[in-house]
Design a protein around this ligand. Structure first.
Ligand code: FMN
Length: 140
């Protein structure tokens, strides 16, 4: 009987995933914490295994991800949406320029709509004119 073995622990980059497979011969790699701070890691691993390079997420990608998640919490009427926003704030804002300022404005309000608006304003300022089109064209 063949039992598949899944490698897990401290995989934070496509290089880590490749090294784990190379060193252990495991059948698959499982990712925990990095899925929250870098949800693009799965796509990056696929890119890395196909072409040996991968695309880093930028502030614009982070903005779209946070915006979508926060808007979903509001639109789906998630109980205690502000609490959920705060819970994930540290993970989602990881790597964002001026991230401490962003976290502060998420922690300061207890109103979900207000937090989502503040987050949008923060990124509009950070990204300059770039987000106007993104925000207008985004589906959520
Ligand atoms: C939010 C979160 C929830 C988790 N829940 C469980 C769980 O219910 N049972 C479990 O055995 N491990 C759980 N883990 C541990 C992960 O499965 C994994 O073993 C651990 O995070 C190490 O991998 P990582 O370095 O990629 O995070 C959880 C990890 C995270 C980040």
């Amino acid at each position: 009987m063949r039992i598949p073995v899944i490698g897990n622990g401290d995989v934070r980059s496509p290089e880590d995933a490749a090294a784990m497979v190379a060193e252990t011969g495991c059948d698959a790699v499982m990712i925990g914490r990095s899925a929250a701070t870098n949800p693009w890691i799965f796509r990056q691993i696929a890119q890395y295994s196909e072409r040996g390079s991968y695309q880093e997420a930028g502030d614009r990608d982070r903005f779209q991800m946070i915006r979508r998640y926060f808007r979903m919490l509001i639109e789906e009427g998630f109980p205690d949406a502000p609490g959920k926003m705060k819970q994930f704030a540290a993970w989602f804002t990881h790597g964002v320029r001026n991230g401490s300022q962003l976290r502060k404005l998420i922690y300061e309000s207890s109103d979900a709509e207000r937090i989502a608006d503040e987050v949008e304003r923060f990124f509009e300022k950070l990204l300059g004119g770039e987000t106007a089109l993104t925000a207008a064209g985004a589906s959520l």
